[in-house]
Design a protein around this ligand. Structure first.
Ligand code: TYD
Ligand code: MG
Length: 482
C-alpha cells in the first residue's frame, strides 16, 4: 500500500517537488508552489529484458503497420457558423478534437462560444456547459443575442431541423461527463475548464491537478464519442494561460482571443493547431448586439483619409491574410539626457534598430530626438516587412513631410541600410490595390512588374533605404534643404 505524501506542485507549469520553494525551479515563477497530498501511483513494472539470445525469445505480436497502409479517414470538419473562427481553426472543428480558447476576462470568450454554439445548433447537437454563470444568466444573454441577430433565433434553428442548443449549468465534472455520455453531442462547449471541479481530488478548482484531471477526463470522452470540445481557459495577469501549461499539451488547438478592452475589435489567433496553420487571424467586432465578423479588416486598421505628417501605410501579413495598416510616428526634440522611445504595436527593439539605421545611413541626428510610434487600431505587427513603413513614418515626422496619398511601403531593413525582400509580396500588392492604393514601394528584384501593371499599381523598386525613401517622399530626406 502506497503511503500518502506531501507534494508541492507549481500552479503555473505543473512541476512537482518534495520541498517547498518560493520560486519554481522549473519555470521560474514566484509563489506558485501549492501543497498537495498525493498517493504515489505504482509505476508499472516493465517486463524484464530477457538476457536470453534472440532466437530463444517468443515473437511478440506486432502493433505497428506501414504508414501507407494506415486506413484513410477523411477529416470531416464541422463549420462553426463563423467563417472567421473556421479560418483560425483551419477550416472548421474536427470531431473528437479539443480546442482551448484563452483570453483576458471580459474579452468576449463566452459571447463568441455562445454565438457559435447557437449557430452550430442549427445543424448539429450542441451542449453548452456553463460552469461560471447560472443558467438564467446564460439564457438572458442568449435571448438578447437572439433578439438582436435574426440568424440566432430559436425558430430558425428548429426550421433547419436542428435540435437547438442544450444548456447545462454545472461545475461538477462527474455530472458533466454523465451528460456528455447521455447526450453524445457533436459539439460541446465547456465554459470554463478552471471552474470545473472533480470531487475525487482534494485540491481547489482551478489548481493544476484539477484542471489537468478535468481536461484529461473530457479528452477521453471526446475521443471516444467523437465530440468536438471547445474549452474556455483563463489567462493570468501576465497573459499566460492560467495555471496549466500542461493543458496546452493536452489539447489539439490553442486559440487566443485578444484585443484592447477600450476598442471594439477582437483578434482571434491560433497559437497551436494540430489540424491547420497557426498565425491565422480572425477579426471580430464587439457591438451592442454581440460579436460580428469583420470580413474586411484592413478598413479597421486604416486611419483617417486625410494624410498627415508622420503617417505611413504598410501591409502586414497575418497568416495567409494581408492587412493594410497605418503607422504614425512623432519625432520631437528631447528634453531628457537619453531620448524617449515608445512604440505601441511594434517591438521597441525593432524601432531602436531602424532609428540606428536611419542615423547611420541617412545621417539624421535622431539620437537627439524623442520618437513615438503607434500602429492604428491596436494591432501588433511582428513582421520585419513593416520596417520600411516605420522608417518612412519617422523620417516624414522628422522632416514634417506628408507621404503622397495612396502609397504603401513594404520591405525589411538590413543593418547595412539595404532593403530586403519579403514573403507573400504578391498578396500584399493585391490587397493594397483592392483598397485603392496606387503606389507601392518595394524591395528591388520583386519580378512583379507585370502583376502591378495589371492591378493599376505603380511599383517603385529600391535597393536601399535611402533610395526607397526618396521614391516614397519625392525628396531626399538626407538633404538638409528638404
Ligand atoms: P464575455 O463573453 O462575458 O467575456 P469572457 O467570457 O471572455 O469573460 O463578454 C463580456 C463583455 O462583452 C462585457 O464586458 C460586455 C461585452 N458585451 C457586449 O459589448 N455586447 C454584447 O452583446 C455582449 C453579450 C457582451
Ligand atoms: Mg466568460
Amino acid at each position: 500500500m502506497a503511503r500518502a505524501t506531501s507534494l508541492y506542485v507549481c500552479q503555473s507549469c505543473g512541476a512537482q517537488s518534495r520541498q517547498f520553494f518560493g520560486r519554481c525551479s522549473s519555470c521560474g515563477s514566484w509563489n506558485t508552489l501549492v501543497e498537495q497530498t498525493a498517493t504515489p501511483t505504482d509505476n508499472r513494472r516493465r517486463r524484464p529484458v530477457a538476457a536470453a539470445p534472440e532466437a530463444a525469445m517468443p515473437a511478440a505480436p506486432r502493433r505497428s503497420e506501414p504508414i501507407a497502409a494506415v486506413g484513410d479517414r477523411p477529416l470531416q470538419r464541422l463549420g462553426s457558423g463563423y467563417g472567421e473562427l473556421d479560418r483560425v481553426l483551419g477550416g472548421g472543428l474536427v470531431p473528437g478534437s479539443l480546442v482551448l480558447l484563452g483570453g483576458d476576462p471580459g474579452i468576449g470568450k463566452s459571447t463568441l462560444l455562445l454565438q457559435s454554439a447557437q449557430a452550430m445548433a442549427a445543424r448539429h447537437s450542441v451542449l453548452y456547459v456553463s460552469a461560471e454563470e447560472s443558467a438564467q444568466q446564460v439564457k438572458l444573454r442568449w435571448r438578447r443575442l437572439a433578439e438582436e441577430q435574426g440568424e440566432l433565433s430559436p425558430v430558425t434553428a428548429q426550421e433547419a431541423g436542428g435540435a437547438g442548443l442544450q444548456l447545462l449549468a454545472e461545475t461538477d465534472l462527474e455530472l458533466v461527463l454523465q451528460e456528455l455520455e447521455a447526450l453524445r453531442p457533436a459539439v460541446a462547449v465547456i465554459d470554463s475548464i478552471q471552474a470545473l471541479h472533480d470531487g475525487e481530488l482534494g485540491s481547489a478548482p482551478g489548481s493544476v491537478a484539477q484542471v489537468r484531471e478535468c481536461a484529461a477526463a473530457l479528452a477521453r470522452i471526446a475521443k471516444r464519442q467523437d465530440t468536438a470540445l471547445l474549452l474556455v481557459g483563463h489567462v493570468t495577469k501576465e497573459g499566460m494561460l492560467a495555471g496549466p501549461k500542461v493543458l496546452e499539451h493536452l489539447v489539439d488547438a490553442v486559440l487566443t482571443f485578444e484585443g484592447d478592452r477600450f476598442a471594439s475589435h477582437r483578434l482571434l489567433r491560433a497559437v497551436k493547431n494540430r489540424f491547420g496553420a497557426t498565425h491565422e487571424l480572425g477579426v471580430f467586432e464587439m457591438r451592442g448586439q454581440g460579436l460580428t465578423q469583420v470580413l474586411n479588416p484592413s478598413e479597421l486598421f486604416l486611419g483617417s483619409d486625410e494624410p498627415s505628417a508622420g503617417t505611413a501605410t504598410i501591409v502586414a501579413c497575418e497568416g495567409t491574410r494581408p492587412l493594410v495598416v497605418e503607422l504614425q510616428a512623432l519625432v520631437s526634440t528631447t528634453s531628457y539626457s537619453s531620448p524617449r522611445r515608445t512604440a505601441t504595436g511594434i517591438g521597441t527593439n525593432r524601432l531602436h534598430q531602424i532609428l540606428a539605421v536611419l542615423e547611420k545611413h541617412l545621417g539624421l541626428p535622431l539620437s537627439r530626438f524623442d520618437c513615438y510610434l503607434a500602429v492604428a487600431g491596436g494591432l501588433e505587427v511582428e513582421e520585419p516587412a513593416a520596417d520600411l513603413g516605420v522608417a518612412a513614418a519617422v523620417v516624414a515626422s522628422y522632416r514634417d513631410l506628408t507621404l503622397p496619398p495612396g502609397t504603401v511601403l513594404i520591405g525589411e531593413l538590413g543593418l547595412g541600410g539595404q532593403l530586403r525582400p519579403v514573403a507573400q509580396l504578391e498578396q500584399r500588392l493585391q490587397e493594397s490595390a483592392r483598397l485603392g492604393f496606387r503606389r507601392a514601394v518595394v524591395p528591388k528584384g520583386s519580378g512583379l512588374g507585370r502583376l502591378a501593371a495589371g492591378l493599376d499599381l505603380q511599383l517603385l523598386e529600391a535597393g536601399g533605404v535611402a533610395e526607397a525613401l526618396v521614391a516614397a517622399l519625392g525628396v531626399n530626406p538626407a538633404d538638409d534643404r528638404a
